[in-house]
Design a protein around this ligand. Structure first.
Ligand code: ARG
Length: 269
């Protein structure tokens, strides 16, 4: 059983690597834009064929990272906590996202005080927010999100620059529960690893190769788990827990340091 979701995506027609703000980005490696668009469209169409709704944000040529729509806001119970980006190259995206939510009639759209990169660092379970810090989102964004959403925030320290956002190292598999995630332990500090082990004894633990394929940058509707096709090692453990892995080819988007989840914001409630 799974429920229909509403997602927000932004097409990569202006996706380029013109700067480097994470270890994946190399401006010397050109992006094949038509291929990026084709891969992105097949992800969008896959969501639609599963019965989900995908809204599209109009991309801006001066904001090449806009394709990573998950970073623009966090939406829970219909309330929208906007983003505040860590790097000047992406700062302009925050306002575009807030304006879109306002136009769509979302009631409570908040401009945050502290740096948070949306669902890049916030993951939503049935009753909690899991929140990353260390590279992008400020630790001060955690109490800010807790106050705004009225949900407990569990802070997690990221320690490996290749996994600079929480959503590169952890994915929620079933958001009707508080115990269904997959993650890559080595991306977290020892204390955060202990917290994760305590909260999620049945988690799928990723090996380094699958984490490096950005296999944890996945979107689950509670049954289908859309993830990079190269992350083969995750498929069987997911199947054993009753999920259906849906492999997706987003290799061009990997050049910017993102995959399925980075391209997909979820509009909850
Ligand atoms: N180039 C983008 C950045 O470094 C990639 C963002 C990926 N998004 C994500 N949700 N992890 O900001």
């Amino acid at each position: 059983m799974y429920a229909a979701r509403r997602y927000l995506m932004c097409p990569p027609e202006y996706f380029r690597i013109t700067y480097s703000i994470n270890p994946w980005m190399d401006p010397a490696k050109p992006v094949d834009v038509p291929l990026a668009v084709a891969q992105w469209e097949s992800l969008r169409d896959r969501f639609r064929s599963l019965g989900h709704t995908v809204d599209e944000l109009v991309p801006r040529p001066e904001l090449p990272d806009m394709v990573y729509a998950a970073n623009g806001a966090t939406v829970v119970d219909g309330r929208v906590l906007g983003a505040r980006f860590a790097h000047p190259e992406r700062m302009g995206e925050a306002r575009v996202h807030r304006a879109w939510y306002e136009e769509q009639g979302f009631g409570d759209v908040r401009e945050p005080q502290h740096i948070n990169e949306g669902e890049g660092d916030f993951a939503v379970t049935a009753s909690w927010l899991l929140a990353g810090r260390g590279f992008r989102s400020s630790p001060l964004s955690h109490p800010e999100a807790q106050e705004f959403f009225g949900r407990p925030v569990i802070g997690l320290d990221l320690v490996d620059p290749r996994f600079y956002h929480l959503d590169t190292a952890l994915a929620v598999l079933d958001d009707t529960r508080d115990d269904a995630v997959m993650y890559y332990p080595a991306a977290f500090s020892p204390g955060s690893r202990a917290v994760l082990a305590g909260l999620f004894p049945d988690a799928v633990l990723a090996e380094e190769a699958d984490a490096l394929a950005l296999g944890l940058n996945a979107v689950s509707d509670g049954h289908h788990v859309l993830l990079p096709q190269a992350a083969q090692g995750l498929f069987e453990p997911l199947r054993q827990r009753g999920y259906e892995p849906v492999p997706v080819d987003l290799t061009e988007l990997l050049k910017g340091g993102g995959s399925v989840k980075c391209c997909t914001a979820e509009l909850r409630g």
